[in-house]
Design a protein around this ligand. Structure first.
Ligand SMILES: *Cc1c(COP(=O)(O)O)cnc(C)c1O
Length: 379
């Protein structure tokens, strides 16, 4: 099977673009706020989502502060490093990547460390395929009084995300996953409590690319009349377009497509056989953005993925990162790949690769049963 070269926009669509005006920039912020159903300030940061995430951590944490860092995947590990860099005392709540953190675990950790004033949590982890019950966790964090930062990059548009209703003080999103948008700009909603925390922290970044306070002082507090510096016009145009597409389709429909893709991938993998199993044990803890599978014993996940991709390089398949590369297969069914067809083709390719990889005595593979299970679960 041959594939056409990826479509590239003509040069004139990319060059000589006027930057968005302050009014246009502010309008995009209002539409992100609507997407998140938030009444808090939204700041659009001119960089990938790790920029506001680092800005939030470095703005809130300081020597003398105590953080509970919930680790359900690689991003939680990153946040722990930043928190320690800031001189905060950090307690990591590590949960196996095959499950989710529970509100009870968070409550217990807060009871053990009552001085905790900051909690960092990832909503969905694309890298490990799990999702956490943020509403329930937010309730116990709010009752304790700590500030809650949420990384919602992999959950926004893939599943319900309600930062205000859930008591999230700092909610970071990016458009590059389920929104199908650009990776080069990102957004964060900031509660009044979070602004007060940042303003009261002498170590919070100021006059810095990481600074949320700069955006507050130079942009929000001056009535959003003049942008502090030249915005990334291509990325802002792409964010505008991707918001428009979600507004036309309806956020619920986009989320529904991702929920179906996850249900179909799980059901299809179970029907496929071959010893492949869902990496996340409970379906309720499986993220709508991506499904992770455990390779059968004796089969290297990255070699299996390489074989499947050799048959069809456009499949949304990748092996787990770092130490997970040997055992984890990720089906990244988000954005344009949140379709029954992408899920079916991914499972067929994995099944075909398994059939030629696994030795005698291996569990048989049934790609037709997988395709039927995907179709049923999708419907
Ligand atoms: C994808 C993702 C990000 C953004 O990081 P990139 O690796 O640059 O795409 C941040 N947090 C989570 C939970 C993500 O899944």
């Amino acid at each position: 099977m041959t594939h056409p070269a990826p479509a590239r926009p003509p040069h004139d669509a990319l060059l000589d673009l006027a930057p968005p005006t302050a009014a246009e920039f502010a309008a995009v912020e209002r539409r992100v706020a609507a997407l998140l159903d938030t009444g808090n300030d939204v700041v659009i940061m001119q960089g990938e989502a790790l920029l506001p995430l680092e800005g939030c951590v470095k703005g809130a944490a300081r020597p003398g502060s105590t953080a509970l860092n919930v680790v359900t995947g690689p991003y939680g590990q990153t946040f722990g490093g930043w928190l320690r860099d800031c001189g905060a005392t950090v307690h990591d709540l590590e949960v196996p990547f095959s499950g989710a953190a529970s509100a009870e675990q968070v409550e217990r950790a807060l009871r053990e460390h009552p001085e905790t004033d900051f909690v960092s949590l990832v909503h969905a982890e694309a890298a490990t395929g799990n999702t956490n019950p943020v509403g329930e966790i937010g309730e116990v964090v709010r009752a304790h009084g700590a500030l809650l930062m949420l990384d919602a990059v992999a959950s926004v548009a893939a599943e319900p995300l309600l930062p205000d209703a859930w008591g999230v003080d700092l909610c970071v999103i990016g458009a590059q996953k389920a929104m199908g948008g650009p990776a080069g700009v990102s957004a964060v909603s900031v509660s009044e409590r979070a602004w007060a925390r940042l303003a009261g922290n002498p170590r919070a970044p100021r006059r810095s690319y990481l600074s949320l306070l700069d955006w507050k002082e130079r942009w929000i507090d001056t009535g959003r009349r003049a942008l502090p510096h030249a915005p990334a016009q291509l990325e802002m145009a792409a964010l505008d377009a991707c918001l428009a597409r979600i507004e036309e389709t309806g956020l619920a429909a986009v989320q529904d497509r991702h929920a179906r893709a996850a249900a179909a991938a799980r059901a299809g993998a179970l029907a496929l056989g071959g010893g492949l199993t869902p990496y996340v044990h409970e379906a309720s803890a499986a993220a709508p953005v991506a499904t992770t599978l455990r390779a059968p014993a004796g089969v290297d996940a990255s070699a299996l993925v390489a074989k499947a991709l050799a048959a069809d390089p456009e499949l949304p398949l990748i092996a787990g990162g770092g130490a997970l590369a040997a055992e984890m297969i990720r089906v990244n069914h988000y954005g344009p790949h949140a379709t029954a067809s992408a899920v079916t083709r991914s499972l067929r390719a994995l099944g075909d690769a398994l059939a030629v990889t696994a030795g005698t005595g291996a569990v048989p593979v049934d790609t037709e049963a997988a395709a039927r299970a995907v179709a049923e679960a999708w419907a």
